[in-house]
Design a protein around this ligand. Structure first.
Ligand code: PLP
Length: 354
């Protein structure tokens, strides 16, 4: 009845409810993230020990922000167009330490790479941005940003929630220091889990902001008078969690990798192009970049003078799943969609307009 990520989550929960810890015993709990470490490593083209698992992208970002803890006199660079969770953890730490948060221009719909690079100086501790902006789907030149950041001695942290699973990612080629993603968007995983890539040079340098019994290198040691962190990214894993969600995410990543994320991206862009063509015929404004370097497969639009929230509600009622984000209507065609779905979306828009 169940398959993929759903099956992994439900089977884990069912086993725990029926058998307690007979199967999910201490050894199993210790190994609970091993499959996801391996799957996420294949997804990001890195090694399993460079992956940390947490309960959400925000949790991992928060722990990382406290680990880096930019001090007074230093600054954190990002854009004003980020999803709040990408910035709030840094802002919280900065509030505590007195560091400065520098956000690029917030007036337009697009962060400009040159603006961002202009904010970076030798006082910058970290540049934290999304590689794909959640509203318009604009892709930033992460490798270029990383180069500018590293020239100034700053770390680069990427929120890949809007790209992972929909766009191929190679953390080595991008030159990022950390990359974090939620599970439930393009990765098609369950809520309740997120993953982080952490570059080896940070493994022994960073002390996680969040620690717990799982943080000790031998988690069943259970002695409160000592804490020796593992010498790798696993040091950011600190607690029990809804472990079935980790297995669920591993299962969906494996599925996407079997299909090939590069092929998924090409196909999604073809669907996005069909949608853009139809929207243009209806005089809609297309906010998403369409040039190859800056585009994803997100299509953000504004149609006539219609309130995007009302439009999103009406489309959702018609079975067309879209989001209103800030002042744009956002479509995210993915592997489960086809050209007929795009046509249905356009027909539903026509009904809303008439
Ligand atoms: C760019 C971005 N980062 C982070 C999140 C939140 O992730 P999580 O719910 O795993 O904390 C979202 C959710 O929409 C997002 O779009």
């Amino acid at each position: 009845m169940y398959s993929g990520a759903e099956r992994a989550v439900v089977e884990w929960m069912h086993d725990l409810a029926e058998n307690g810890t007979i199967h999910f015993d201490e050894a199993a709990e210790e190994q609970a993230f091993a499959t996801l470490h391996a799957s996420a490593a294949r997804l990001f083209k890195c090694r399993p020990e460079e992956i940390a698992v947490g309960s959400s992208a925000t949790e991992l970002l928060a722990s990382l922000a406290w680990a880096v803890a930019p001090t007074a006199g230093s600054n954190i660079v990002s854009t004003g167009l980020e999803f709040p969770s990408t910035i709030y953890p840094w802002a919280r730490v900065a509030h505590h330490t007195g560091a400065e948060v520098r956000l690029g221009d917030t007036k337009g719909d697009y962060p400009l790479a040159d603006d961002l690079i202009g904010l970076i100086d030798p006082g910058t501790t970290v540049v934290c941005v999304s590689d794909v902006i959640y509203t318009t789907g604009q892709r930033l030149d992460v490798a270029g940003l990383a180069e500018a950041a590293h020239r100034n001695g700053a770390l680069v942290v990427i929120d890949a929630t809007q790209s992972a699973g929909g766009i191929p990612i190679d953390v080595g080629a991008l030159g990022v220091d950390a990359l974090i993603t939620a599970s439930y968007k393009w990765l098609c995983g369950p809520f309740g889990v997120g993953v982080m890539y952490l570059a080896p040079h940070l493994h022994e340098r960073l002390e996680p902001g969040l620690v717990g019994f799982r943080s000790h290198e031998r988690m069943w040691d259970l002695r409160a008078d000592r804490l020796k962190l593992p010498p790798n990214a696993h040091r950011f894993e600190f607690s029990t969690m809804a472990y079935g969600c980790a297995s669920g995410l591993a299962s969906s990543i494996d599925y996407l990798l079997r299909l090939d994320v590069g092929r998924i991206f090409s196909r999604n862009k073809t669907l996005a192009d069909l949608l853009i063509e139809g929207l243009r015929e209806r005089n809609a404004e297309i906010l998403s970049p369409t040039d190859d370097a800056a585009r994803s497969s997100i299509v953000a639009t504004r149609i006539a003078d219609m309130d995007v929230r009302i439009l999103a509600e009406r489309l959702n009622e018609a079975g067309i799943v879209v989001s209103a984000r800030r002042n744009v209507l956002r479509f995210s065609p993915h592997l489960y969609n086809d050209a007929d779905d795009i046509q249905q979306a356009l027909t539903a828009i026509d009904r809303c307009l008439s």
